[in-house]
Design a protein around this ligand. Structure first.
Ligand SMILES: Cc1ncc(COP(=O)(O)O)c(C=O)c1O
Ligand SMILES: [Zn+2]
Length: 436
């Protein structure tokens, strides 16, 4: 097979097993997903072996042929070079707004952190630093493939609107980083966007969103809503009215599960070049769950399969609950058909210093459970004390200006440290920058 041949063959629903062709435009959701039943999520079907980068510093170019987007754009008639050009042009536009385009982010053993946590020379903590990624977190990776999809459809003349002035608004429900990332990408192509944010969103976030010309909709919890996040309910209403889902929740737009894998691919190629023992564990903070799903799917395309630990806080841990129920009711692998039994909104109002992972529901719980079940991993629920300690520790011993949410994976490592041997190599992702 040529190095220019895309590897993704299609989509398949993790719940009802319905297939969707990769050539389908706007294939955001399973065809059986509806306004009243969002318990469906499309998964990418592909076979990546062996995983190789072409060495380009932009991961979307370096791993281009593994992207679902690459296979999709090929079906629109774009040849390999034209597809690369679409990525580069869009990246240039993003860089003008964000101050940086997409670049492979650092992934190194952090000696100070390894020492502080008592690992020996064979083992240690490898840190993936996402704080300098576009818009200051990993979120833009997920969204870039959605934007590539939209732009490619327009360029191929397949969009149902006549010109740019008729573009439907983009829409996202988010409490922070994803809203900033989506508004940054939307601004890069002057696409109007509505962001549905919690009522008490901090002023620093609001200021950034305003500077990006996002249409901010603050969403209060209202008694007439069913349990769950009011931002998600208002977002879904916007989708019913014709807006395009542009968020980081797989059941709302599966294309976020494509680009998010770049972070895992980047780590996997480093892991393959590393002499000696392989990585034994990866800690990934989980809110909506798209991040842990993608980081794992990307990583597992390589030769190493660390145990995956999705990290939540004691203030909001619906994924840990789902994993446990799934294990007891037939297994945590492919548990999508047991959605209602396993996953429902956290009953109490979620609170934590790591406020970016307080999603009422882990929307991508099926992918997150698969990641843990496939690797012999398990969820970790960190105490609020460990969340604070991880944030303090990260600032004390690393030079990464990480946010509490971005350091929450480290809280999971703190929670499990006693069970981990000193010569194990573990991964922590510092996923988002602190904002003041
Ligand atoms: C910095 C950061 N890390 C991790 C996450 C968790 O990602 P996900 O919601 O996909 O689980 C978020 C989500 O908001 C975030 O902002
Ligand atoms: Zn389905």
């Amino acid at each position: 097979m040529s190095v220019q041949t895309p590897v993704v063959t299609g989509w398949r629903c993790a719940v009802c097993r319905e297939r969707v062709a990769i050539s389908e435009i706007f294939s955001w959701r399973c065809p059986n997903s509806s306004d009243t039943d969002r318990h469906h999520v499309l998964e990418i079907e592909n076979l990546i072996a062996p995983l190789r980068t072409n060495g380009d510093a932009n991961p979307f170019v370096g791993f281009q042929r593994y992207l679902a987007w690459d296979a999709f754009a090929a079906t629109l008639g774009f040849d390999f070079e034209s597809r690369t050009k679409i990525i580069r042009d869009l990246d240039d536009a993003v860089a003008k707004v964000a101050g940086t385009g997409f670049l492979t982010t650092p992934f190194l053993r952090n000696d100070a952190l390894s020492d502080a946590l008592g690992f020996d020379q064979q083992g240690g903590v490898w840190v993936k630093d996402e704080t300098h990624n576009v818009a200051g977190s990993q979120k833009a990776r997920h969204l870039f493939t959605q934007l590539l999809h939209l732009v490619a459809v327009e360029q191929a003349g397949r969009a149902p609107w006549r010109d740019r002035s008729e573009r439907p608004q983009l829409a996202i429900a988010s409490c922070g980083n994803a809203a900033i990332a989506s508004s940054t990408l939307a601004r890069a192509v002057n696409w109007p966007i509505q962001v549905f944010v919690p009522e008490h969103t901090d002023e620093a976030t609001i200021k950034i969103l305003n500077s990006l010309d996002a249409n901010i909709v603050r969403c209060a919890r209202v008694v007439s809503d069913p349990p769950g996040d009011p931002c998600v309910f208002r977002f879904r209403e916007a989708i019913v009215s014709g807006a395009i889902p542009f968020g980081v929740q797989g059941p709302e737009n599966a294309w976020c599960l494509d680009g998010g894998r770049t972070i895992g691919w980047e780590m996997a190629v480093v892991a393959e070049d590393l002499p000696g023992a392989l990585f034994s564990r990866m800690f990934v903070q989980a809110g909506g769950g798209a991040f842990v799903t993608c980081a794992t799917n990307g990583f597992f395309a390589g030769a190493t399969k660390p145990k995956i630990h999705a990290v939540q806080t004691e203030g909001c841990a619906p994924l840990a609950r789902a994993f446990e129920i799934a294990q007891k009711t037939g297994g945590a692998r492919n548990a999508g058909a047991r959605w209602s039994q396993c996953m429902w909104p956290w009953e109490t109002t979620p609170v934590s210093l790591a406020d970016g992972i307080l999603d009422d529901e882990t929307y991508d719980w099926v992918g997150a459970c698969n990641a843990m079940a496939d690797s012999g991993g398990c969820p970790v629920v960190a105490s609020e004390g460990q969340v604070r300690e991880s944030y303090d520790l990260a600032h004390r011993v690393t030079n990464v200006d990480v946010s509490p949410t971005g350091a929450a994976g480290l809280a999971g490592l703190l929670a499990m440290r006693q069970e981990i041997a000193d010569d194990e190599r573990v991964i922590v992702i510092l996923s988002g920058v602190r904002r003041q």
